[in-house]
Design a protein around this ligand. Structure first.
Ligand code: DC
Length: 223
């Protein structure tokens, strides 16, 4: 099986680029962050505070996380309920980030991620795909962009949807998440030694996709 790992901070364009590559190469796309978001949603609904690590651990055995594919899209299920839309809110981003710093939560989601790559050609995006989940991946890309570029893109994306938000607020929340995701003890956000670094700060989306595609082709020795 072939594995492509794309890691990097939030807002670097990992999922957009990974989806484009998955379609281009016919691989299954796995969004690892969605698994942490689904666990985070459960904790949020259960009224557990973002500080309550013990509460997260105690509730893990009540959670059933699954992902299924419909029309080529990954959909997330929490105890049988489709929560694909609900996990994309700022509050759940925060919950996902805090639950993902807890080793028992990471262990809970580990096998599921490894298993899918055993039986499928996959392109997975996350924070520790190249280092922990698929250390054997044939292609590893560490996708990054400056916090300023990521914040500006996010503001533009939201504006397209009609949501007007302040750049300063988005910038601050990106910096806060970066610090938490990189500073944690377990599986911190960090490039694998054999990852190719791709900084998209000064690239358009099309340029970033083309650059990522070139890396994949070179690594897989394709024409
Ligand atoms: O990629 P995302 O923003 O949807 O991820 C949500 C959170 O999940 C992010 O703050 C960090 C965590 N995460 C992780 O710890 N490890 C991964 N492989 C993917 C995501």
């Amino acid at each position: 099986m072939i594995g492509i790992a794309i890691d990097g901070p939030s807002g670097a364009g990992k999922s957009t680029i990974a989806k484009a590559l998955a379609a281009r190469f016919g691989f299954i796309y796995v969004d690892a962050g969605a698994l942490y978001r689904t666990v985070g949603l459960f904790m949020c609904r259960a009224g557990i505070s973002t500080e309550d690590t013990e509460g997260f651990i105690k509730n893990l055995d009540k959670i059933k996380v699954e992902f299924r594919y419909a029309a080529g899209e990954q959909r997330m299920y929490l105890c049988g309920e489709d929560v694909t839309g609900e996990i994309r809110t700022p509050l759940i981003s925060k919950y996902a980030s805090v639950v993902s710093a807890v080793p028992k939560v990471r262990a809970f989601l580990l096998e599921m991620q490894k298993n899918i790559a055993k039986t499928n050609n996959v392109i997975m995006d996350g924070r520790d795909i190249g280092t922990v989940i698929l250390p054997q991946a044939q292609v590893k890309i560490f996708l990054t962009a400056s916090a300023e570029a990521r914040a500006a893109r996010r503001v533009a994306q939201l504006a397209e949807k009609g949501e007007i938000v302040s750049y300063e607020e988005i910038f601050a929340s990106i910096c806060e998440r970066d610090a938490r995701d990189s500073g944690r003890d377990v599986a911190p956000l960090k490039a694998a030694d054999d990852a190719v670094l791709l900084d998209t700060s000064a690239m358009t989306l099309e340029e970033a996709i083309a650059a990522a595609e070139k890396i994949v082709k070179e690594k897989l020795e394709m024409e």
